[in-house]
Design a protein around this ligand. Structure first.
Ligand code: NAI
Length: 342
C-alpha cells in the first residue's frame, strides 16, 4: 500500500477508545498510514477552540480524507453541531451507511443487506431556526433542486457500481409537498433519464418504517433526505445488532470523512466496553475508497483481510458486551488481530 496521509479525529466519549483500537488493527493489517491528529468536539472546546476548529477543516481540505471518532455536541445555545458544520463546510453531501447481517450476531432477521444513502447538507438540518415571537419557534426545512438532483445521481451511480438492484426513496411528500415533493421529483428524473435499469420505488416514510421492521429483506438501497436518513439509520442498526456494528462515510466530490453512525456514548465512556467494530468497518470503507479514488489496490486488499478477520471473530462468538459477549474494546481488537489472514 502507498503511504497515505489521513487526518485522525479521536472525538469525545468512547471516541478515543474506539479510534485507538481501530488504529491498532489497521497497523497490524499492514495499512501504511501516516495519521495527522486533529481535534473536534468537547476536546477542542477544552483547548479553547471552537467545537469544529478551522485547523481541523483545513487539515481535511489539505489531506482529503479523515477518520473521525464521534463528537459530543453540547446541548444549548451557542454551539452548532460538529457534524453538521463538518458536512456542510466540506460539502460532504452523501452519507453512506451499509447495514448487513453479521455472522455470530443473532437478530430477528438473517439476510439483511441494505445501503442507506442520506442527503447530508440540507433538510431540517439547515440550522435556520428562529423565535418568531416568545413561545413560538421555527425551524426551516431547505431543499434545493441542485442538491436533490446531486444526491439522487450519486445514489444511482453507487447502485450501478456496486451492482445493487433497487433504490427506495422514503419521503413525506403527501404532507411536505414542496420540499419532499422536490426530492422525489429529482429522484424520479434521474431514474427515468439516466438509470432506468435500476428498480425504483417510493414509500411514505411512516409506512416504509413499518415495512422495514416487519421484513427488511425486500429492501436494497434507501435514499432519504437528511433528517429521515439520520433516524432511519438508527432504526436499521437495530435490525442487525445495534449501533456498535454500523459504519458510515460522508463523501463529497473532493473530500471524505469516515465515521461510525453511533455517537460518543457518554454512558459507557472510559469503561473499555465500547464496540470498536463500527469505526473499524468505517476504516475498511476508507481503505476501499483509497483503493478506488487514489489508485491504490493494496489498500483494498488490506480492507478485505480486516473484513475477513472481524467476520471470523464474530463467528467464533468473540464479541463485546453490546452483542452479548464479554470482551472489552481492547481485547476484542486483539481477537481481530489474531484472526487476520496471512
Ligand atoms: P449514542 O450513539 O452515543 O448512544 C446511544 C446508545 O448506544 C447508548 O446506550 C450507547 O451506550 C450505545 N452505543 C453507541 N455506540 C456504541 C458502541 N460503539 N458500543 C456499544 N454501545 C454503543 O447516541 P446519543 O446518546 O444520542 O448521543 C451521545 C452524544 O453523541 C450526543 O452529544 C450526540 O450529539 C453525539 N453524536 C455524535 C455523532 C457523531 O459524532 N457522528 C452521531 C450521533 C450522536
Amino acid at each position: 500500500m502507498k503511504k497515505q496521509e489521513i487526518v485522525m479525529i479521536p472525538g469525545d466519549g468512547i471516541g478515543p477508545e474506539v479510534t485507538a483500537a481501530t488504529q491498532r488493527v489497521l497497523e497490524a493489517a499492514g495499512a501504511n498510514i501516516d495519521w495527522i491528529p486533529q481535534q473536534a468536539g468537547l476536546a477542542a472546546l477544552a483547548d479553547g477552540n471552537d467545537v469544529m476548529p478551522a485547523a481541523t477543516l483545513d487539515a481535511i481540505t489539505q489531506y482529503g480524507v479523515a477518520l473521525k471518532g464521534p463528537c459530543t455536541t453540547p446541548v444549548g445555545k451557542g454551539f452548532s453541531s460538529v457534524n453538521v458544520q463538518l458536512r456542510k463546510k466540506l460539502n460532504l453531501y452523501a452519507a453512506v451507511r451499509p447495514v448487513r447481517s453479521l455472522p455470530g450476531v443473532k437478530t430477528r432477521y438473517e439476510n439483511v443487506d441494505l445501503v442507506i444513502i442520506r442527503e447530508n447538507t440540507e433538510g431540517l438540518y439547515s440550522g435556520v431556526e428562529n423565535e418568531v415571537t416568545p413561545g413560538v419557534v421555527m425551524s426551516m426545512k431547505v431543499a434545493s433542486e441542485s442538491s436533490c438532483t446531486r444526491i439522487s445521481r450519486w445514489a444511482f451511480r453507487y447502485a450501478t457500481h456496486r451492482q445493487r438492484r433497487k433504490i427506495t426513496v422514503l419521503h413525506k411528500a403527501n404532507i411536505m409537498k414542496l420540499t419532499d415533493g422536490l426530492f422525489i421529483r429529482c429522484a424520479q428524473d434521474i431514474h427515468k433519464k439516466e438509470y432506468p435499469n435500476i428498480d425504483y420505488q417510493e414509500l411514505i416514510i411512516d409506512a416504509g418504517c413499518m415495512r422495514l421492521v416487519q421484513d427488511p429483506t425486500p429492501f436494497d438501497m434507501l435514499l432519504l433526505e437528511n433528517l429521515y436518513g439520520d433516524v432511519v439509520s438508527d432504526l436499521c442498526a437495530g435490525l442487525i445488532g445495534g449501533l456498535g456494528v454500523v459504519p458510515g462515510a460522508n463523501i463529497g466530490d473532493e473530500h471524505a470523512v469516515f465515521e461510525a453512525v453511533h455517537g460518543s456514548a457518554p454512558d459507557i465512556a472510559g469503561k473499555n466496553v465500547a464496540n470498536p467494530l463500527a469505526l473499524l468497518m468505517s476504516a475498511v470503507m476508507m481503505l476501499n475508497y483509497l483503493a478506488d479514488q487514489r489508485g491504490d489496490p493494496a489498500a483494498g486488499t488490506i480492507a478485505g483481510r480486516i473484513r475477513a478477520a472481524y467476520d471470523q471473530t464474530l463467528a467464533d462468538e468473540c464479541k463485546t458486551r453490546d452483542l452479548g459477549g464479554t470482551l472489552g474494546t481492547d481485547t476484542f481488537a486483539d481477537a481481530i488481530i489474531e484472526r487476520l489472514p496471512a
